[in-house]
Unconditional design. Structure first.
Ligand SMILES: [Zn+2]
Length: 294
């Protein structure tokens, strides 16, 4: 065994262990890679194997850009089945902003403004989404969050850099989760205007999962910068874009992301749009109405 796992490490139920023999030269190369990257053996071997079999780990796959969303470009660009080829975990939205998208354990869910949740078929076209293959680099148990700010501070503590992307998965029983869900709007209605008509939900004592992404500020032209969390209950009947939450004894898993794949729509809507405006101000008001701002 090359590396002692830290005490907070627990085996992921979706992980398998392998034992194999490799040549001395490869062993040395692997050891030097571990030393250079400061990463775990699990991380390095998964990444390298994933690359050779066409499954990239620690890669963010994004459809369209946040600037396009802010400008009201909500036409379908990519099918759900293609999205799932690139990731099993993430968030996004639907054509005409019809609800909030949650991608969890390889399934795509739509949370609608009526509060209903349904699994989405593979042939549906979607306008915007961000997914990754979630494989935790770290996991901590017994996490307590008094509010959304405490959640983001706990996640900050798991990030080793302000310049990489991160995915966060939080599981457990929540005393409170406040979500919002977008309502369908006509094409061309800006995200800021659309956000004023959203539906709001309060869930109490509910078991479920937070699906979160963190993006650096420099990426604000194409992805929502900072934290962005969606919620899905364990019974897959409730969810939405998270505005606030409170919970104790949660499990927090984090995974760093250093590769990006942005798939730009080839719709006439996208090709002809003026995307020169800085979307950040509108994104902050549309996506982060939780207080205090973070
Ligand atoms: Zn959202």
């Amino acid at each position: 065994v090359w590396q002692q796992r830290p005490p907070w490490w627990h085996r992921d139920r979706n992980m398998k262990s392998i034992t194999c023999s490799i040549p001395d030269s490869l062993y040395c190369a692997l050891q030097s890679r571990l030393a250079t990257e400061g990463a775990t053996l699990d991380h390095v071997v998964s990444t390298l194997l994933g690359q050779s079999v066409g499954q990239s780990f620690h890669t963010l796959f994004q459809v369209s850009t946040s600037a396009a969303l802010v400008e009201g470009l909500y036409q379908g660009a990519v099918r759900v089945s293609k999205l799932l080829e690139h990731g099993d975990f993430g968030l996004g939205t639907f054509v005409d902003l019809d609800g909030e998208m949650v991608v969890l354990e390889g399934k795509v869910y739509q949370v609608t403004a009526s509060g209903e949740v349904g699994e989405v078929e593979g042939d549906r076209l979607i306008p915007y989404a961000v997914v990754t293959r979630f494989r935790a680099d770290i996991e901590i148990g017994g996490a307590i969050f008094a509010d959304f700010t405490a959640l983001t501070e706990a996640c900050d503590g798991r990030r080793t850099s302000d310049n990489l992307f991160y995915a966060f998965r939080v599981d457990g029983v929540f005393q409170l989760v406040q979500t919002r869900v977008m309502r369908t709007v006509a094409a061309g209605v800006s995200l800021g205007t659309a956000a004023t008509g959203q539906a709001n939900f309060n869930f109490e004592n509910i078991r479920g999962t937070l699906i979160g992404l963190w993006a650096p500020g420099y990426a604000g032209a194409f992805i929502v910068p900072g934290y962005h969390f969606h919620f899905l209950s364990e019974d897959r009947k409730s969810g939405g874009h998270v505005l606030d939450c409170r919970a104790r004894d949660l499990t927090l898993q984090a995974c760093s992301i250093s590769e990006l794949h942005v798939s730009l729509p080839k719709t006439s809507e996208f090709l002809q749009a003026d995307l020169t405006r800085d979307p950040n101000q509108q994104l902050i008001s549309a996506e982060r109405s939780h207080s205090p701002e973070k």
